[in-house]
Design a protein around this ligand. Structure first.
Ligand SMILES: Nc1ncnc2c1ncn2[C@@H]1O[C@H](COP(=O)(O)OP(=O)(O)OP(=O)(O)O)[C@@H](O)[C@H]1O
Ligand SMILES: O=P(O)(O)OC[C@H]1O[C@H](OP(=O)(O)OP(=O)(O)O)[C@H](O)[C@@H]1O
Length: 214
């Protein structure tokens, strides 16, 4: 039997994804060991391989066919801009992509003046402001702790993920505009979808039955 390979985003989403897979009978005991440094796991009996990669690399593995299926946040899919089939919303890892900043930055949004926008997601930020048309922006790419940028004067606003809102609150910032809702999605390689159609569609059908409600 040909293997079906899963690329899973390590970090926040991995545990949840593994528990959903477990509910449909796809298990990988070895992967649950949080201390393991191993990156690839095989379930020979079921014909599945799993690997854990950095979230932002999941779309790359899937588009280029090193993995048949991936589970990753919508934010990462939007930012990657890869050619993939997005087949399922897992309704977990829910958060929002937002423009945020100090309340004083509110008037600078929409008045047409040049604003600096710091983000881990320069592609999403660029598209958002491009579509708004009447705002000139300079995008500054950061790799984390983006909330620092407006505090230390690197930018006027940020484009970042907001879940509970605590990080913004604790740093004197607020949501200024909402860009889109986010959650974990299942993505499939376009060729795998054709070549392994039956197994992949069964898997999607099974997963649909165990997705948590709101
Ligand atoms: N509060 C949150 N903060 C960040 N991501 C969240 C949050 N809630 C849900 N997510 C989702 O979880 C995904 C993975 O987040 P995680 O923090 O594990 O990795 P990452 O920040 O993308 O990677 P890294 O920390 O390696 O840069 C995000 O892409 C997003 O879709
Ligand atoms: O609304 P909240 O519940 O506070 O969650 C949002 C925060 O969580 C994420 O950061 P993460 O922990 O991934 O660290 P990072 O900033 O280094 O990416 C995100 O970038 C926000 O900073």
């Amino acid at each position: 039997m040909e293997y079906i390979t899963f690329a899973l985003a390590k970090g926040r989403l991995a545990k949840h994804t593994l528990s959903l897979l477990e509910k449909i009978g796809i298990t990988c005991e070895e992967m649950k060991d949080e201390k393991t440094r191993k990156l690839i796991f095989v379930n020979e009996e079921l014909g599945f391989k799993f690997f854990l990669s950095k979230a932002s690399d999941v779309p790359t593995y899937v588009e280029l066919g090193a993995a048949d299926i991936g589970v990753v946040g919508k934010d990462t899919i939007l930012e990657a801009g890869r050619k993939l089939y997005e087949v399922l919303d897992l309704n977990c890892g829910k958060c929002r992509m937002c423009v945020a900043g100090p309340a004083s930055a509110r008037e600078k949004l929409n008045d047409g003046s040049l604003i600096r926008v710091a983000s881990k997601y320069p592609g999403i930020a660029k598209d958002y402001f491009y579509n708004k048309k009447h705002q000139t922006v300079e995008i500054i790419k950061l790799n984390g702790s983006v909330e620092l940028a407006p505090i230390v004067g690197l930018s006027e606003v940020i484009v970042d993920i907001v879940e509970t809102g605590s990080t913004l609150r604790e740093n004197g910032l607020e949501v200024l505009e909402e860009i889109c809702p986010l959650s974990a999605r299942v993505v499939v390689n376009e060729v795998s979808m054709k070549m392994q159609h039956e197994r992949i569609t069964k898997l999607i059908r099974d997963l649909k039955k165990v997705i948590p409600d709101d």
